[in-house]
Design a protein around this ligand. Structure first.
Ligand SMILES: [Zn+2]
Ligand SMILES: [Zn+2]
Length: 334
């Protein structure tokens, strides 16, 4: 095993990541050492790098959509023999004993640790993961194609579940998560209405290609009342816009980890049992269910491979909204 690896490291929020050479980490008890093949670039990484999420470990290796091969085991590992392909998601550790963990809501555990935020992540040649939080990766996805399933797909799936039985589903912000969720929603027989930023014709076309029955701009009224809406764009002003578009009893699900302030709005648009809720993190059950469903539902991901050392460029393009689907970092030999 080479003693050193490349890693893109955040030393201070607001600064570009630095390409560093670091020792390959040693797996501790219950941990797998994973040779990273691909790591998706998620909007949450941007919030960490830009300092909008304020409690990262520093220095930090970001990245929580990690696909790789198990190449080493610490003591007391029973799962995932060497050579197995695994995925490492955002949820990296939970306490297992708090009232959230004991009631199937480990996504809300106050002690939880998160990959690429409070634990080192996958913007590197190697990463560690607690074997209990790694997922097997099914289907014929290449490593690069599989990476966005780990967060865009997983959190997208959880937000879709929280949208309930909605037949007419609005999606605000048509990026990495939306492009996966639209396919799952269509597989489930729902109608998808896509809302993109004003003037973004490419995003409208992309949404229609993925099965949206209508694509418009964020302030537009959809042709039919929606049963629910999911907001992926980190823009608080979309909350009242989405409330105006949903029918009585409908839900507006805020799926990002960070959002700008929500402007005040008249009670009238919430009245008649409309709901506003947020989605936080994932449970391992979400992961297992979604990763089994994705190949069954024929989910394909649209990805753009970027070499590891160009991570700053991928982050900049995501910040500017200049990506179709998801950017995925690739390591040598991926
Ligand atoms: Zn807990
Ligand atoms: Zn993410």
């Amino acid at each position: 095993m080479p003693p050193e690896m490349r890693a893109m490291v955040l030393e201070r929020a607001g600064e570009p990541l630095a390409l560093n050479r670091l020792p390959v980490p040693e797996p501790g008890s219950g941990q797998l050492l994973v040779r990273v093949r691909a790591c998706g670039v998620c909007r949450t990484d941007l919030h960490v790098v830009d300092g909008e999420l304020t409690e990262p470990k520093l220095p930090l290796i970001p990245g929580h959509e990690v696909i790789g091969t198990v190449v080493g085991h610490g003591p007391q590992v029973e799962r995932f023999p060497e050579g197995t392909r695994v995925g490492i998601p955002w949820l990296g550790w939970t306490c297992g004993t708090c009232r959230f963990c004991r009631s199937g809501r480990e996504n809300l555990c106050p002690e939880a640790k998160f990959t690429g935020y409070t634990l080192d992540g996958g913007y590197a040649d190697y990463a560690l993961v607690d074997q209990r939080y790694a997922f097997p990766i099914h289907g014929d996805y290449s490593d690069v194609e599989a990476a966005p399933l780990l967060c865009a797909g997983l959190i997208g799936f959880r937000s879709l579940r929280l949208a309930g039985e909605a037949e007419r589903l609005g999606i605000y912000g048509f990026g990495a998560a939306a492009h996966i969720v639209a396919q799952v929603a269509r597989h489930q027989g729902r109608k998808v209405f896509a809302f993109v930023r004003p003037g973004d014709e490419a995003a409208k076309d992309f949404a229609r290609e993925l099965g949206a029955v209508w694509a418009g701009e964020s302030g537009d009224a959809p042709p039919e009342e929606l049963d629910a809406a999911i907001i992926y764009a980190p823009v608080g002003a979309l909350v009242p816009a989405a409330l105006r578009a949903v029918a009585p009893g409908g839900s507006v699900v805020c799926a990002g980890i960070h959002m700008s302030d929500i402007p005040s709005f008249p009670y009238e648009i919430l009245w008649r049992e409309r709901k506003v809720l947020s989605v936080a993190n994932l449970t391992r059950r979400d992961g297992e269910e979604f990763l089994a469903l994705a190949p069954e539902a024929g989910v394909r991901t649209t990805v753009e491979a970027v070499p590891l050392e160009r991570a700053n460029e991928a982050l900049a393009r995501l910040r500017e909204g200049r990506l179709r689907g998801a950017a995925v970092l690739t390591m040598d030999g991926a």
